[in-house]
Design a protein around this ligand. Structure first.
Ligand SMILES: CC(C)(COP(=O)(O)OP(=O)(O)OC[C@H]1O[C@@H](n2cnc3c(N)ncnc32)[C@H](O)[C@@H]1OP(=O)(O)O)[C@@H](O)C(=O)NCCC(=O)NCCS
Length: 180
């Protein structure tokens, strides 16, 4: 299937390339980036994740795109859409998510890319709902959700893959519907 490209003012959300994998692994090994996840990833785990993302994109034509800065850095991280494999309160659902290398934070890149992805979700793919969720304490990610017009109405859930008592277990669920 042809993989859709999303273009924003400063960014290109594109299909993954093998040349993205070293930068992806470095990002996934950075404890600052992985602060709100249970653990950092090894090179093998990072490559396996990239493969799963690429397979999903091959099937659907969209997914968690590799993000490139136009005329700049070739790989900032990923932003895009996914179908959670866990059984969550929103399931079945399409989620929007993001992970950027720390050197690119604080410049509005995640919000800009997510806005482009959400626009595609509603106005090209015709989805009727997109959700987003994160650990309750992940303020930067919640700010991105707010900046792209997603709503938190107090819905929370315990992440099924995190043990009772894990500090990241409680998750907040945001939703957005068309029009966009
Ligand atoms: C979440 C993330 C993608 C945000 O990327 P970004 O490009 O910095 O986001 P933006 O520049 O669009 O800014 C979004 C908001 O987060 C704030 N922010 C960015 N980095 C921050 C930080 N380290 N601490 C606190 N707030 C931060 C920005 O100030 C902005 O808020 P504002 O509108 O009040 O100014 C990035 O921090 C990241 O990759 N984090 C690690 C992975 C992760 O947690 N992913 C989400 C899992 S659900």
């Amino acid at each position: 299937m042809t993989i859709i490209t999303v273009e924003t003012e400063r960014l290109l959300l594109r299909a993954w390339q093998d040349s993205d994998l070293p930068a992806f692994a470095a990002m996934n090994a950075d404890p600052e980036v992985m602060k709100y996840f249970p653990a950092c990833l090894s090179r093998e785990e990072s490559d396996a994740l990239a493969n799963r993302i690429r397979q999903f994109m091959q099937q659907h034509g969209w997914g968690l795109w590799a993000v490139e800065a136009k005329g700049g850095a070739p790989f900032l991280g990923f932003v895009g859409l996914a179908i959670p494999s866990d059984d969550l309160p929103c399931s079945p659902c399409v989620e929007i998510g993001w992970r950027l290398a720390a050197e690119y934070w604080g410049q509005g890149y995640a919000s800009e890319a997510a806005y482009g992805a959400l626009n595609l979700a509603f106005n090209t793919l015709g989805l009727t709902e997109v959700v987003a969720f994160t650990a309750e304490t992940n303020r930067p990610s919640r700010r991105v959700m707010e900046r792209i017009g997603m709503t938190f109405s107090g819905e929370t859930f315990d992440h099924p893959r995190l043990a009772v008592g894990h500090p990241l277990r409680k998750h907040v669920l945001y939703r957005r519907h068309p029009p966009f």
